[in-house]
Ligand binder design. Structure first.
Ligand code: ADP
Ligand code: MG
Length: 270
């Protein structure tokens, strides 16, 4: 009996490997013991195993999508302090994190001064999209422009464009920090117009619309870019001072006036 069981187990693991069901292989015995304790029938046992396999598969796929998105730093909505940024509507951000805007091919534009949480929110929303099965890629605008210029020179432009076309969500961070060259601006426009109504975009910028010509060069190109980007678009303004500055100021106040902190935390004497 023992040898038969061992032989069956070896065969089972072999078949599961061939069928690419590693989690079922790893969990089969443990779940069988649990099923015996619970008096669960065969179908319930099979169902539990399939659920575990599916969960693990989804987890690994989400991890792969997060890696493929190439976020410079990982940020989530859990760590975003909405009280520190009242101009940002928490309800709207929570709704965007459900990703309906991606199905509707809408865009999100985050506008505000440096340090006001634009990249944080863009990354957090894009990471939520990875978790929901969407294909995402994060680029700093200058990085994308450089990639496109290099691809054009190396004649791999179509390949890069095909990769971009496969995405569900393209994040363009820091549009406007560095003025683009004429070629760069045209290539960027090409990406934006190709994505228009096909791929959602999240764009972050420190520039008010009237200054975009300084970055993109020609007024015609700026007009056409803004037209495509802002059609069916949620605009979120991150008004106020830099979070880092605010953080630093709070820390300085605490070191300068430690008694303020001590007074609030120390127990009051009788
Ligand atoms: P921006 O892209 O607007 O220049 P970032 O998103 O890079 O700003 O924010 C700068 C730093 O401050 C990051 O480390 C970010 O996580 C943090 N930060 C900004 N706003 C908030 C906030 N409201 N809550 C928590 N952290 C924040
Ligand atoms: Mg940023």
């Amino acid at each position: 009996m023992k040898t038969l069981e061992t032989k069956s187990m070896v065969l089972l693991h072999h078949h599961l490997k061939a069928l690419r069901l590693p989690t079922i292989g790893a969990e089969a015995e443990k779940v069988a013991a649990q099923a015996a304790t619970d008096n669960a029938d065969h179908l319930t046992y099979l169902l539990r195993l399939c659920e575990l396999e599916l969960l693990e598969r989804e987890k690994r796929a989400a991890e792969r999508r997060l890696k493929a998105a190439r976020f410079p730093t990982f940020k989530s909505l859990d760590t975003f302090d909405f009280t520190a940024r009242p101009s940002v509507n928490k309800m709207l951000i929570t709704e965007l994190a459900r990703c309906d805007f991606i199905d509707k091919r809408e865009n999100v534009l985050l506008v505000g001064n440096p340090g006001t949480g634009k990249s944080h929110l863009a990354t957090a929303l894009a990471a939520a999209a990875c978790g929901r099965g969407y294909k995402v890629r994060f680029f700093r605008a200058t990085e994308l422009i450089t990639t496109l210029i290099e691809a054009r020179d190396e004649r791999t432009f179509l390949r890069v464009k095909n990769q971009l076309a496969k995405l569900d969500l393209l994040v363009l961070d820091e549009l406007g920090y560095v003025p683009a060259s004429k070629v760069g601006a045209e290539l960027l426009f090409d990406v934006i117009s190709t994505a228009y109504e096909r791929t959602s975009m999240i764009v972050t910028t420190n520039l008010p619309f009237e200054s975009w010509t300084e970055v993109l060069g020609s007024e015609r190109l700026t007009g056409a870019t803004l037209d495509r980007l802002t059609h069916r678009c949620r605009i979120i303004e991150t008004k106020g001072e830099s979070y880092r500055l605010h953080d630093a100021k709070t820390r300085t106040r605490r070191t300068r006036h430690p008694e303020t902190l001590a007074n609030t935390t120390a127990p009051t004497p009788d």
